[in-house]
Design a protein around this ligand. Structure first.
Ligand code: FE2
Length: 233
C-alpha cells in the first residue's frame, strides 16, 4: 500500500511541475501538526477514503473512455490502474475491520459507521460542488458525479460496515445538496471584504443550517447490512 501511494505521489509531483508548482515534502513533514486518532477511527476512515477514491477514479476514467475529447491532461490515462490500487487498499482495510468483531457487531460500531459514512459523503458533496468548474471541464455534471460516487461508495461500504446509509430516502440527496448550497454561501462570505467578526455573524445562520441538515441526515434510519448478509449471531 505504501509503495502504491508513493507511486501516486510521484505522478502528482511530476504533474505539479507542469504547472510550475512544487511541494517541499521535507518541510511539510516537519511543520505539519499531527493529530492522533483512535485506531478504530483510522480503520473506518481509511477504508472509506480508499473506496470513495476508487469510485471517483473509475467513474472519471470510464467517462473519459467514452469522451476522449475531454481528456485535457495525460494523468487521466493512469486512472484505471490507479483506481485498482485504491480498491486493493480498501480491501486490506475491510479485512482488518471484519477481523475485529467489536468494530461491527455492536450498537457503538453501528453509530460510528453512520457517522463516518455521513461525514465522508457530506465532505464529498461540498468539495465536488466547490470545484464544479473542474468537473465541467471534464464534461461531467458535478451534482450527478457526486450522486453516483456517494451511491456506489455506500453500496460498497455495506460489505464491510454493519450499516449503510439509506441513499434512496427522499430526503437524502436533497438535504446533502442543501448543505452544499449553504457551504457555497459560507465561501462567498469568506471571500467578501469586511471585519472577521461581521463575517462570523453573517456565517452563523448558514453554519447552523448545515449542522441541522446533517443531524437530520444522521437520523434517517440506516440499512442493516448484517441482516442482509444473513449472518447467524
Ligand atoms: Fe490508496
Amino acid at each position: 500500500m505504501a509503495r502504491d501511494e508513493a507511486r501516486h505521489a510521484g505522478f502528482l509531483n511530476k504533474a505539479m511541475g507542469d504547472f510550475k508548482l512544487s511541494l517541499d515534502l521535507a518541510t511539510v513533514t516537519k511543520t505539519r501538526t499531527y493529530t492522533f486518532f483512535p485506531i478504530e477511527w483510522v480503520i473506518y476512515t481509511v477504508y472509506l477514503s480508499e473506496k470513495i477514491g476508487y469510485w471517483r477514479y473509475i467513474i472519471i476514467y470510464r467517462h473519459l473512455e467514452k469522451h476522449p475529447e475531454n481528456q485535457f491532461y495525460p494523468i487521466f490515462r493512469y486512472f484505471e490502474s490507479w483506481c485498482q490500487d485504491e480498491n486493493r487498499h480498501g480491501d486490506i482495510f475491510k479485512v482488518l475491520l471484519r477481523s475485529q468483531p467489536q468494530l461491527w457487531n455492536n450498537w457503538k460500531a453501528r453509530l460510528w459507521s453512520r457517522f463516518f459514512l455521513l461525514s465522508v459523503f457530506a465532505t464529498h458533496t461540498m468539495t465536488v460542488h466547490e470545484r464544479a468548474g473542474f468537473y465541467h471541464s471534464l464534461g461531467l455534471n458535478a451534482t450527478e458525479f457526486d450522486r453516483q460516487v456517494v451511491y456506489e461508495t455506500n453500496e460498497t461500504a455495506g460489505r464491510a460496515f454493519p450499516v449503510k446509509l439509506n441513499t434512496e430516502h427522499p430526503q437524502f440527496f436533497p438535504r446533502l445538496h442543501r448543505c452544499s448550497d449553504y457551504n457555497m454561501k459560507l465561501l462567498k462570505i469568506d471571500r467578501s471584504s469586511g471585519p472577521i467578526v461581521v463575517k462570523l455573524v453573517r456565517k452563523l445562520p448558514w453554519i447552523t443550517a448545515i449542522v441541522w441538515n446533517l443531524l437530520l441526515l444522521y437520523l434517517i434510519k440506516p440499512i442493516d447490512t448484517e441482516a442482509l448478509r444473513g449472518t447467524v449471531r
